[in-house]
Design a protein around this ligand. Structure first.
Ligand code: SF4
Length: 123
């Protein structure tokens, strides 16, 4: 039986409240938004994605950890597996901001990059 879900579109500052008619996993109609809002509703309700920011262990660096982020949003179902994978990652210092520290994480096509530069300890 169809049901209506209401979500806020965050694609632009207008922040429209979308009314989405769904039947199971299928979107039948999106009301109160533009075409981009319809695309947003499909992505958010069918294949939601998020940016991830965390840190990984840095060997021989001025700090024990380096902050990292995904270069694009990753499927929400992969967030916990990605965080578990990143807990195992050790990278050697130094690192430069923007270095790819984990390429094609979990075969998702998403890379994990260093958020900042960190020098080697003592030099
Ligand atoms: S539905 Fe369109 S106008 Fe409304 S917030 Fe989304 S992108 Fe902006």
């Amino acid at each position: 039986m169809p049901e209506i879900k209401e979500i806020y579109c965050v694609t632009c500052p207008k922040g429209c409240k979308l009314s989405v008619l769904m039947e199971g996993e299928k979107i039948l109609e999106v009301k109160h938004g533009c075409k981009r809002g319809t695309d947003y509703a499909h992505e958010e309700l069918i294949h939601p994605k998020r940016m991830v920011a965390t840190s990984v262990q840095l060997d021989g660096g001025m700090h024990p950890l380096v902050a990292v982020y995904t270069d694009k949003p990753i499927d929400k179902t992969l967030i916990h597996p990605l965080l578990a994978r990143l807990r195992e990652v050790h990278v050697p210092a130094p690192v430069k901001m923007g270095d790819i520290l984990l390429e094609n994480a979990l075969d998702s096509g998403v890379n994990v990059l260093a958020s900042r530069s960190v020098e080697r300890k003592g030099g």
